[in-house]
Design a protein around this ligand. Sequence first.
Ligand code: PEP
Ligand code: MG
Length: 594
Amino acid sequence: MGDNRLVRGIGVSPGVAFGPALVVRFDVPDVPNRAVPVEEVEHEVARLREAVNAVVAALEDLRDRVRVRAGAEESRIFDAQIMMAQDAVLLAEIERLIRDNHLSAETAYEFKSLEIRNLWGSSGNAILRDRLADLSAIQTRMLHHLLGKEEEDLWSSIGEPVIVVAHELSPGLTVQLDREHVAGLVSEEGTKTSHAAILAHSLGIPAVMGATGALKRINPGALVMIDGQSGTVLVDPTMAEQERIRAQISRRQRLEFELEAAIEQPGITPDGRSIMLMGNVDLPEEIESAARHRAQGVGLLRTEFLLVGRAVLPTEQEQTDYFLRVASAFPGQPIIIRSFDLGGDKFPAAFRAPPEANPFLGWRSIRVCLDQPEMFRVQLRAVLRAAADRPIQLMLPLVTRIDEVTATREILAEEAEALTKAGVRVARELPIGVMIETPAAVLVADHLAQVSSFFSIGSNDLVQYTLAVDRGNARLAHRFTPHHPAILRQLTTVLAAGNRAEIPVSVCGEMASDPLSCVLLIGMGYTRLSVAPPALALVKWIVRAVPYQVARQAAQTAMNMTSAEEVTACLHEAVRDHIDLRLLDGVAAKGSSD
Ligand code: PEP
Ligand code: MG
């Protein structure tokens, strides 16, 4: 199928779909450059303020509708937009533009939006780029209002289920879609973390984003097939391809049905081995999803979102509140908070990080925290406070040296003492674990076990550092193989070190979410996995289908293989009698990072 009917993007909401394309252009309206006589300047300022009020009211209305349709977490997306629309600094600057340059309200608004767009768009920061969709949504609404244009109600005119194709999808538009009218979504902009992607996922609409060139290649009304897992879009499918996708859709529906049924079941293999399945939570939006999918706690609470894309560092109270909010969603279950894993492109604006030639070998993760005690101590205090009455634990990323753990312990002890002296209740004992993400950590796992309460394997980084394959490089994706014998050997070493020291060992990298890899891990003896919320049901379904003895045998055979491909083939062979592999067609993640 090596033809230009294929457009590749990022699968952001799983599922396959096909239908005629509804090409929509929610372009920001053209704004004529208009100056006004000086005596009308204050009138323009008043028009701007009136437009803000109207847009905020419309967004509040949308938020309430979203709460009903998609849930409370999703509705918070609009709180972010409302805040952005009301941003006092931004509005003051637009008013200044109007007054200083005698501009119309819409011209000034357009100028300012363009400036922010250029600033954010050129930033390497993924979160800022994602927030551009929010900015576009507000800009479009404001300009429509100021220019007196009605916004189109596209969705009421839709008949048969369509594939909506757009340059960029705002969450406001996405939430107005429903599965009855919209079979799938394609947009040229957007990533997995875009709000529109999160919403599409919650609404169960298959979606592909980042599909560069989609608008050029897809004519209105053309038949389009999309796969929201692999991120592929196929235009004008042949009859045979249509047949294939119909069969795939019906298999997908069967799988969805089986997964739904697995959610409420215990994670026990057919021969009685219990596997603890926890959730990875990156953003507040995912708390609800992890709880709904019955995660047994949070095995990896990423905290970077508290920093990235913000001008000021989060306060101790803000962090404490967030940790307590997560803990209250999983009463009595463990919450493993990972300290800030900054580095690479993940640096907050409040932070002046020097440019580096090799950011992934540079000032990252625990190294940054230990070098920036004023930031680290605030986070540690928040963890200590939140852990006073909750089974909260702390996890350190990218540890390569024992002293990184012991230094953290010392700081923690100091902070615990200071808080206690100040009359603040803190955790009496806070388990501190380390992420095993580098070959160095694997090789000294026995030493690390002496100073750690638990291990958690970050397979995304472990694969990257072991195989010298950049986890984000699409060109090397085929080389990013968690089934490489070098990884299998390390997985065995770490588990053995953990077992000898009698500390729990879990896997929280993407590998744990992959259907075949999770069988391998269970067969090796792992009994704790932490996976992204959407993968919880799938992993549970596999656990319940493949007997531990089968997994064990497969893992033993795999250990003698000399290539990742052989390992994968061996796992395939082992599970085929227990699960209908055709159901997983297109579902299997590669165990990669993103
Ligand atoms: C990992 O490296 O596997 C991991 C879980 O951490 P992150 O993906 O956040 O680097
Ligand atoms: Mg990592």
